[in-house]
Design a protein around this ligand. Structure first.
Ligand code: AFP
Length: 338
């Protein structure tokens, strides 16, 4: 079968009325920027891109050099692209306006420029996560409040994994699709169309070192998985944890599984670990469009009304049946019907 390039796929989606011309170009610009980030990450130590940048971000985290480089690549590419009214990043406190010298568009772009950056120096897969929203009508200088739209209103969501292969996964609300970077040609090529996540799974991902801090329903749920076939679930479960959400989610998109970053006593005051606008929302939509589910343990993530640009939430996502069981245990504990 003749390979289908990303631009060909986007033009097909446009002809099908799933996306418009502006969104087609915007995704092309983001994909091109991610190709440049792939080149930078692949260089590793010989590119001088490893290690700390010596600066901190709005999350109070020490920035890695590649956090800063990836952020700048995405900002620069999208400044002149012409499709955006503004963008927002995990690495910046406030939204970034489009410089006046460039034409503006009516889209808002949010991104985590390099997810899993604590894994960079040890050469484990990292990635970029992005989400596209519509800029509210009549708003020429978008502020943070204009980005606070529920995940269900996203126009596009995607991530790129910089691993053994560089892979882009994308949704516009018409299924979830995967593209692999053909380094010889320099373009993303469709490698899987209409991905489906199996509803059943025997593989879970969670940072077990936080177990003592978890809520009781999470202790119960994971306890039952660990009890295996002799326990109430009657089957054995295996565990994986990469500590790069993009890599853990890509494994689930590829072979099923369930991923948790629950609320725990350590992060309760922050509302969770993962960021709603540029981690949870895009990943939730990608997973749902592939037949999976995504909740906070109590609510569907895509229905949440965001309260802040850098808001954190608990995340349960992946194979539907396991997300349902874990969510049911939390609501049961809260005496609410799921
Ligand atoms: P960094 O980007 O700071 O490495 O954080 C990665 C992340 O946001 C997400 O990708 C992982 O799932 C999660 O944090 C890992 O958290 P732990 O370090 O607590 O395992």
């Amino acid at each position: 079968m003749k390979p289908i390039s990303l631009i060909q796929f986007l033009i097909e989606e446009r002809r099908a009325g799933h996306i418009n011309a502006e969104l087609t170009l915007l995704i092309e610009v983001v994909a091109r920027a991610c190709k440049r980030i792939a080149v930078a990450t692949n260089k590793g130590a010989i590119g001088g891109v490893l290690g700390e940048a010596g600066t901190g971000n709005i999350q109070g985290e020490a920035q890695k050099k590649l956090d800063v480089i990836s952020n700048e690549i995405l900002l620069e590419a999208n400044a002149w692209g012409g499709q955006l009214a503004a963008c927002a990043s995990e690495e910046m406190e406030d939204p970034q306006p489009i410089p006046d010298m460039y034409p503006k568009g009516n889209h808002l772009l949010l991104f985590d420029p390099l997810d899993g950056s604590s894994n960079i120096d040890v050469n484990i897969s990292v990635g970029t996560i992005f989400s596209v929203l519509r800029c509210p009508d009549g708003i020429s200088e978008p502020k943070a409040e204009h980005f606070l739209q529920p995940g269900a209103t996203q126009l596009a969501a995607g991530y790129v994994v910089y691993g053994p292969a560089t892979v882009l996964v994308l949704t516009f609300g018409y299924g979830t699709h995967e593209f692999t970077l053909d380094r010889e040609v320099g373009s993303f090529t469709l490698s899987r169309r209409g991905i489906r996540i199996p509803e059943e799974t025997a593989e879970f991902a969670i940072n077990m070192s936080n177990q003592r801090h978890w809520e009781a329903p999470m202790q119960r749920y994971i306890g039952e998985l660990l009890a295996g076939k002799d326990g109430p679930r009657g089957k054995d479960f295996n565990m994986r944890w990469v500590a790069s959400m993009v890599a853990d989610v890509h494994r689930i998109i590829t072979r099923g599984g369930v991923f948790f970053y629950p609320l725990d006593a350590k992060i309760k005051s922050k509302g969770g670990k993962l960021r709603l606008m540029y981690e949870a929302n895009p990943m939730a939509w990608i997973v749902e469009q592939a037949g999976g589910a995504a909740t906070t343990g109590r609510e569907r993530i895509l229905d949440l009304q965001p309260a802040g640009l850098h808001q954190r939430v608990p995340v349960f996502l992946g194979s539907k049946n396991e997300v349902d069981v874990a969510t049911h245990y939390h609501l049961q504990a809260d005496n609410a019907q799921y």
